[in-house]
Design a protein around this ligand. Structure first.
Ligand code: ATP
Length: 267
């Protein structure tokens, strides 16, 4: 089914449209083939979470925005899936928080870097780091092309937002003393576990919500944001996400038929 052919009343219309968007960006060279598999894993967890932004995700978003707004050198790291699904809001969030944008790819290729840069520029990015020779620095402890970063971006950043990152890089960035903010639907992933703040939500919902919170928090005192961040426990928040899945599944199992539950809008 093509995006335009998906009937709006289809019970999974939104999810199918997102899939189509990824496939389109796969064909245009923005998304890697492995990115399609990664999305499938995310979809499965979104299903378990009920496909909506939960209270614990909102709390994590507030801590994430507090970290970005109080950072000296915040950077938003962008891969193919993140660009395909949230380019416009990534640029907005960078503008509101003063963060730099850097392309960081698991499967680096000059073509993909340029395609992502072009997509970000199309929606208003003025500067995109990490493309071509600009990614000349290395982060220690991880192999392959994944370790390349921009000396003006991730290398010197104190806070890095890494939507849809892999566990090794998240661990390496945390070991370098950086605060790492992850957006990951899987609360059990290594990324989720290693990050300083993990937003367990779909990037499609999380990014616009982060922009909104950032616009509000920009008016707040720095000390208030620092306290908010200091009081945030990622371990506790991830525990809440796992509990939520657990409770939802138990409730659905008690009721029996999932389809009838979802059709009544009781998810
Ligand atoms: P890790 O190395 O952290 O253990 P992984 O190997 O399970 O991760 P990858 O395939 O590297 O995962 O990356 C995909 C991750 O991104 C998954 O954890 C998945 O839940 C998450 N993900 C995929 N699509 C989305 C999305 N749209 N929004 C938020 N998270 C997503």
């Amino acid at each position: 089914m093509r995006e335009t052919e998906i009937p709006p009343e289809h019970p999974r219309a939104e999810s199918l449209q997102i899939r189509e968007r990824l496939v389109r960006h796969y064909k245009s060279g923005v998304v890697a083939d492995a990115g399609l598999f990664a999305h499938g894993r995310g979809e499965a967890f979104d299903y378990l979470l009920g496909e909506k932004t939960r209270e614990n995700a909102l709390k994590a978003m507030e801590a994430a925005v507090a970290a970005l707004l109080t950072a000296r050198r915040p950077v938003i790291s962008v891969n193919g899936n993140a660009a395909a699904l949230a380019a416009r809001d990534i640029v907005k969030l960078a503008q509101v928080t003063g963060a730099k944008i850097e392309v960081n790819l698991f499967y680096r290729s000059a073509e993909r870097e340029l395609a992502i840069k072009a997509l970000l520029e199309k929606v208003g990015a003025e500067q995109v780091l990490g493309v071509g020779k600009a990614a000349s620095a290395r982060i220690p402890e991880i192999g392959s092309e994944r370790r390349r970063v921009d000396p003006e971006g991730v290398l010197v950043a104190d806070v890095v937002l890494v939507p849809l990152e892999d566990g090794d890089r998240t661990e390496a960035l945390a070991k370098m003393g950086k605060k790492v903010i992850a957006i990951d639907l899987n609360p059990l992933s290594r990324t989720a576990q290693f990050a300083t703040v993990t937003i367990v939500d779909n990037i499609v919902r999380a990014m616009p919500a982060l922009v909104k919170i950032a616009e509000e928090f920009k008016k707040e005192e720095r000390s208030k944001l620092e306290t908010l961040l200091a009081n945030f426990s990622n371990k506790k928040n991830l525990g809440e996400a796992i509990n939520l899945i657990n409770q939802r599944l138990s409730k659905l199992a008690e009721k029996g038929c999932y389809i009838s539950v979802s059709q009544k809008g009781e998810r």
